[in-house]
Design a protein around this ligand. Sequence first.
Ligand SMILES: [Mn+2]
Length: 381
Amino acid sequence: MKARKYRRVSYDLATLWPFPQFVFNHVSSQDEKNLLRSTPLSSHVLYIPEELKIEFQKAKRALLQAQKICIISHRSPDGDAVGSNLALRLPLEVLGKEVVSASVDPVPDNSMFLKKADTFVQNFNYADFDLIVSVDCGALKLVAFHEKKPELISGEKPFVNFDHHVSNNNFGTINPVDTSACSTCMIIYKFLKFCEWPITIEVATCLLHGIYFDTGGLVHSNTSAEVMKVCSELVARGANLKRVAKELFHTTPVNRLRLWGKILERAYINEEGVTVSAVNQQDYEASGTNSQDKGGAIDYLNAVPGSKYCVLLSEDEKGLVKGSLRTQRNDINLSDVAGKWGGGGHPKASGFGMPGKLQPIMSWKILPEGEGEAHGTDLTF
Ligand SMILES: [Mn+2]
């Protein structure tokens, strides 16, 4: 029998959007209709708020004027921090710029497959650059380099601060900050569109990586219709969705499973309805892991029904105790909760850190032998 031949259908991306209006007319509730109307979708032009456009214009000019550029991702860089760094760097290199990617901490394994992720440096010379960029740094302290290089924020050279955290106080000289964006990669995507710089397959993968990471695999509440639309375009441009999904959320070595087991086993709901668990240095040693491996376990803590929010307390390798907070509720702002302990972040995902160690509080009770529990001496320690 002759195999049937399929003709590969190629289509112009522009024909995919605007989405036909009728799709939205079928939405039933008025609230949902209003929500959809608040996000302009029916235009060929991507929605970029006016204030952001002004900062984009300044950033574009500064980047084009510079020859040597250093792009800094926050300490303990995550998928969005690495993805946004490289998605900005690769087009700049095409334009002939010399660009260095930096972070005080190394790139995690799950982001190492991204193009040039293996070239991140942990230190640099301020004097070597014309311009500094930070990506995904919700606060200056997350840039981390400024402590040893106070000149970084002297204003002597332009400092472009691309970010989406509510806690960002515009510490750069140019501040393309959009707190409504799901990720810094979404801002970089819009910036590349704004500049009309090419989004190659590699850049598309970097952007998808950051968006996918910060939306928890396109399931968190920050996954809007616009996010799906952009991801659809990135996949159409060749972004490697399968690899991104596998690296970020479907790769768990057995020692990490054991660490998660410890975290899950210890989970309890406290009197205030908060799901709490903790992990310390001994746990890392026992399972052959480090503090980076705890990531992922928190999604299970955040799945407990009836819980207000969850907290995972963890020791890190530098003598810090970190608190990671997540919630599924709309009436709780974790950015405020974390703020009480000097932290910050997003309403549904925040964190704080302080120097110290974790100590479990346990109590023990003696049940004398041979007597029923009811008649036993109540000695509780
Ligand atoms: Mn981010």
